[in-house]
Ligand binder design. Structure first.
Ligand SMILES: NC(=O)c1ccc[n+]([C@@H]2O[C@H](COP(=O)([O-])OP(=O)(O)OC[C@H]3O[C@@H](n4cnc5c(N)ncnc54)[C@H](OP(=O)(O)O)[C@@H]3O)[C@@H](O)[C@H]2O)c1
Length: 315
């Protein structure tokens, strides 16, 4: 089963289900990519930060060589890490991801976070007291450098991740190449209603990361909500003969988001794209809408002192 697509401002089509790859160990991610392509995925969400782009590239290469898919069938995203925001560092970062993935262009490249960390090789450059050090590059300058990479043919579309509405607007205000996508955390416990509406009004495609609220996240505390055990979701899943995960992902795509669930388990990879043979009723959509807490998993609150940390704003 393949996923429907949504059209980006460039005219290119983006599948509404993609495979997430963060925390997929290098030893397992090539197999996950191959299983995903066999299951019908044509969209893979990657990032330099995940430390596994070479292995993702190896998985892609196998499927290209087998003739299962061609490069142009696939929609591949990567992201610019926070230490590479300086305009002099942007093209090198793009080229590094391209080399790792074995590709000569990316379909989408996102600024991973609005904060710029100190330039250099440390992914989290901290001072002697363990405090994050930053760089004063405005993200609008980073955006200009990304536009040059579009011009050079390395990137088909560019976009933003973890930006709040004011920061998105600041990029729109200077952009020659419009941001195509905003990727943020979004699941029933953090439904991002206002940011979803804002993005749709501005013509950006909204991608939901951690769309399953990352059930096995390492930081889970006993009192954190667990989506897989939510008593309101099991009856809906049973009604359609689907899993709770499928109901949650279906809610995501049915409200207009792209979803990028991560899994390295073939059976889950397969089920996470089987979302298009059922539809939730408006009452069921309202039930899921009503689960908002809001509960955020990915907040990087230990760097809240860094300029442009996005979560000071309501959305
Ligand atoms: N832009 C950003 O800053 C950012 C931040 C976070 C994530 N992301 C992207 O979004 C992707 C997804 O987010 P995420 O990895 O945080 O969380 P997620 O997709 O919500 O959850 C992943 C977890 O759910 C499990 N899982 C997957 N399908 C399942 C199913 N059908 N039933 C039960 N459990 C299932 C996976 O286990 P197994 O793998 O063991 O099957 C994994 O432990 C990431 O991989 C990454 O590509 C982006």
């Amino acid at each position: 089963m393949s996923a429907p697509t949504v059209e980006l401002p460039s005219g290119q089509k983006m599948p509404v289900v993609g495979l997430g790859t963060s925390q997929s160990r290098p030893t397992e991610v090539a197999e996950a990519v191959k299983a995903a392509i066999d299951a019908g995925y044509r969209h893979i969400d990657c990032a330099f930060k995940y430390g596994n782009e070479p292995e993702i590239g190896a998985g892609l290469k196998v499927k290209f060589e087998e003739g299962v898919v061609k490069r142009e069938d696939m929609f591949i995203t990567s992201k610019l890490w926070n230490t590479f925001h300086h305009p002099d560092d942007v093209r090198g970062a793009v080229e590094r991801s391209l080399r790792s993935l074995g590709l000569d262009y990316l379909d989408l490249y996102l600024i991973h976070w609005p904060m710029a960390f100190k330039r250099g090789d440390a992914v989290f450059p901290e001072d002697a007291e363990g405090k994050m050090m930053w760089d004063d590059t405005p993200f609008t300058d980073t955006w200009k450098a990304l536009e040059a990479c579009v011009e050079a043919g390395l990137l088909k579309n560019i976009g933003l991740s973890n930006f709040n509405s004011k920061q998105i607007q600041a990029v729109i205000d200077v952009a020659k190449v419009k941001p195509a996508v905003i990727q943020v955390e979004c699941h029933p416990y953090l439904n991002q209603k206002q940011l979803l509406q804002f993005s749709q009004e501005k013509g950006l495609v909204f991608t939901a990361y951690s769309p399953l609220c990352h059930p096995n996240r390492p930081s889970t505390k006993p009192r954190d909500p667990s989506i897989m055990e939510d008593p309101k979701l099991k009856p809906i899943a049973d009604k359609y003969g689907k899993s709770v995960a499928q109901v949650v992902l279906r809610w995501g795509v049915q409200r207009g988001a792209v979803v990028i669930p991560k899994s390295v388990t073939p059976a889950r990879i397969q089920q996470n794209i089987r979302l298009f043979d059922f539809a939730l009723t408006s009452e069921e959509m309202a039930t899921l809408d009503g689960l908002d807490v809001p509960f955020r998993i990915v907040h990087l609150d230990w760097v809240h002192h860094v300029p442009e940390w996005p979560f000071h704003e309501p959305f």
